[in-house]
Design a protein around this ligand. Structure first.
Ligand code: UD1
Length: 376
């Protein structure tokens, strides 16, 4: 009997789910691959987790670790211990994992990678090589540590390849596969547009902006968050805004007493975190997206929607050089300037990067099929 390649597929937080969905689908096309889905439970609210499983047709995780929130150290350590237990038990039960695959840059990504690498289980990293060169971002630490101990690096864009080469990784470990998140976007966008959310919120296509904010650098500091909100209120005088609020941001808005300011802005509609389809319905038909999210910079580029990125730097520079994103940091003048361009129709038009074509996960599966062939 031929041995199947048993792959521990790790997810933990919201941005992981849309990345793993096409990968699992592509793996399931091949009898020689045996993907086992492990959810760390970093995100546990149903609107940050379950809804994505339902809408994206992701199978129930075979293993759910239920780790939940905590400081970075506590959360990372608990995930590391729990994943190590899973890997060791599998080995003791005679069903060892041959490999692990991790996606993105969240704490679950890094913790699972450390657990596997120490047990000599090779790890593949999807979205390898992205660098903001900003060590104040927890995700940058996760990216660097993860890549440094993976044996298979799967960048989504050429800048990722360059960064990995610069860090001394051998070319034989690096495979430019494209962007799995865009696989999901392209497969869902037409269905998403059927959502009733625009009618429900009395919005017209192309006549509103979408805002998301959740980076610690923007929302954890009272003064910075206050300045950003002031700009959003100003913008909303000319363009209605929809603001699905992340739980981290919600708790900061409450703590700093800013909820009243938002309530009094009649042109800003605040929502809870949106599901995948409602959110894609909103973003795909927006006039502009104002965000500090990494994933949304890529999605807006794929959708051809202008994106004003409220960060001083980005690990996804292709969305600026080729795509529709502009870094505005927390500079309200810059934000207003570009917004005026968007409204006047003079804002740049972008292009979609190569290999953001809906087939990245299939390219990953092919690499794993070759690995499975070497198992016997
Ligand atoms: C995490 C990721 C970030 C990603 C973001 C997307 C890390 C370091 N950060 O940040 O890269 O862009 O997810 O959402 O891994 N909370 C809930 N319900 C949940 C999960 C969290 O209320 O289901 C609350 C927590 O209690 C905490 C806050 O949200 O107050 C932050 O959660 P956490 O997972 O630590 O980090 P995120 O900011 O979501």
């Amino acid at each position: 009997m031929t041995t199947k390649l048993r792959i521990a597929c790790i997810v933990g937080a919201r941005p992981n789910f849309m990345k793993i969905a096409p990968i699992l689908r592509a793996f399931e096309e091949h009898d020689c691959l045996d993907p086992v889905l492990i959810h760390t439970g970093q995100h546990y609210d149903s609107n940050l987790s379950d809804i994505f499983f339902e809408e994206l047709g992701i199978k129930r995780p075979e293993i759910s670790l239920g780790i939940g929130s905590g400081s970075h150290g506590k959360q990372t350590a608990e995930i590391l211990i729990a994943i190590e237990n899973v890997l060791v038990e599998a080995s003791e039960n005679g069903t060892p994992f041959h490999r692990m695959i991790v996606v993105g840059d969240v704490n679950s990504t890094m913790a699972a990678t450390i657990a596997a690498a120490k047990l000599l289980i090779p790890v593949a990293h999807v979205e390898a090589g992205l660098r903001s060169f900003d060590l104040t971002m927890p995700e940058e630490i996760n990216r660097m540590l993860t890549d440094s101990i993976c044996d298979m690096l799967l960048p989504s864009e050429p800048d990722g390849v360059k960064n990995l080469q610069h860090e001394g990784h051998d070319d034989s470990k690096i495979h430019l596969v494209g962007n799995v998140m865009i696989d999901t976007l392209l497969s869902q966008v037409e269905r998403a547009k059927q959502s009733s959310i625009l009618q429900d919120l009395s919005l017209e296509p192309g006549k509103y902006g979408v805002v998301t904010l959740h980076r610690p650098a923007n929302v954890d500091d009272e003064k910075v968050l206050g300045e950003l909100l002031k700009v959003l209120v100003e913008i909303s005088a000319n363009l209605p805004l929809v603001f699905p609020i992340h739980p981290r941001t919600k708790s900061r808005l409450e703590a700093f007493g800013y909820l009243d300011l938002l309530d009094s802005a009649s042109n800003i509609t605040c929502l809870g975190p949106a599901g995948y389809n409602d959110f894609l319905c909103l973003t795909s038909q927006a006039k502009v997206i104002v965000t500090d999210s990494g994933g949304l910079q890529e999605e807006s580029t794929a959708l051809g929607v202008p994106c004003l990125t409220m960060r001083p730097n980005t690990e996804r520079p292709i969305t600026v050089t080729l795509g529709t994103s502009t870094l505005v940091g927390s500079d309200s003048e810059k934000l207003k300037l570009h917004l005026t361009e968007v409204i006047n129709g003079t804002y740049k038009t972008g292009e979609c990067p190569a290999l953001w074509d809906g087939h990245a996960a299939e390219r990953i599966a092919e690499i794993f099929v070759s690995e499975a062939a070497r198992l016997e």
